[in-house]
Design a protein around this ligand. Structure first.
Ligand SMILES: CC(C)(COP(=O)(O)OP(=O)(O)OC[C@H]1O[C@@H](n2cnc3c(N)ncnc32)[C@H](O)[C@@H]1OP(=O)(O)O)[C@@H](O)C(=O)NCCC(=O)NCCS
Length: 145
């Protein structure tokens, strides 16, 4: 396992800007999409988590509160040259700890179909139905905390 530091990132901080850039390159640019200003403004109320290797941000995700019972994990991205090294697992486990601190029962997400096996390995359950989001198939998944 590589040396990793897991941390919260403050909204609009320089570290948050690095996370937008990472999310853009891993999740949006390959689909020919960009973040809109309106979309990013909503992130003010969300929790931003980052994985650092030495002084480089190599992974990040966002937790968006849904209600008093559930939090949605979104925008899970690991830098390409750090994928398959345990960074995604460390980040998801960290996000579960953070969600538990908020006293919610369920962590839910819209998983890209290509990433479903990753979440299954971490114990997440999935709906049978697929749906389209950002032009690609997704499946709702969840973990009872
Ligand atoms: C999907 C992603 C977050 C996983 O993070 P990661 O750091 O590469 O994953 P890990 O190294 O922690 O992998 C844990 C396990 O899941 C497996 N795994 C990871 N990604 C997988 C995938 N896309 N399909 C199948 N298995 C996968 C790994 O092989 C590993 O298996 P093992 O325990 O048997 O060795 C990362 O690859 C990524 O950013 N992908 C591109 C963006 C994306 O799809 N994000 C998710 C949107 S819902």
């Amino acid at each position: 396992m590589i040396d990793l530091q897991l941390q919260r990132l403050s909204f609009a901080s320089p570290a948050y800007a690095l996370s937008i850039s990472l999310r853009h390159s891993i999740l949006r640019a390959p689909l020919g999409l960009n973040f809109s200003l309106a979309e990013l403004q909503l992130e003010h109320e969300q929790i931003h988590l980052g994985a650092w290797h030495i002084d480089e941000l190599v992974g990040c995700l966002v937790l968006a509160p849904i209600d008093q019972y559930a939090v949605r994990m979104r925008q899970v991205a690991v830098r390409e040259d750090f994928q398959q090294k345990g960074v995604g697992t460390a980040l998801v486990r960290y996000s579960e700890e953070v969600a538990r601190e908020h006293d919610v029962d369920t962590l839910t997400l819209h998983a890209r179909k290509s990433a479903v096996p990753f979440y299954q390995k971490l114990g997440y359950q999935e709906d049978a139905e697929e749906f389209m989001e950002v032009g690609i198939p997704h499946i709702r998944m969840w973990l009872s905390l």
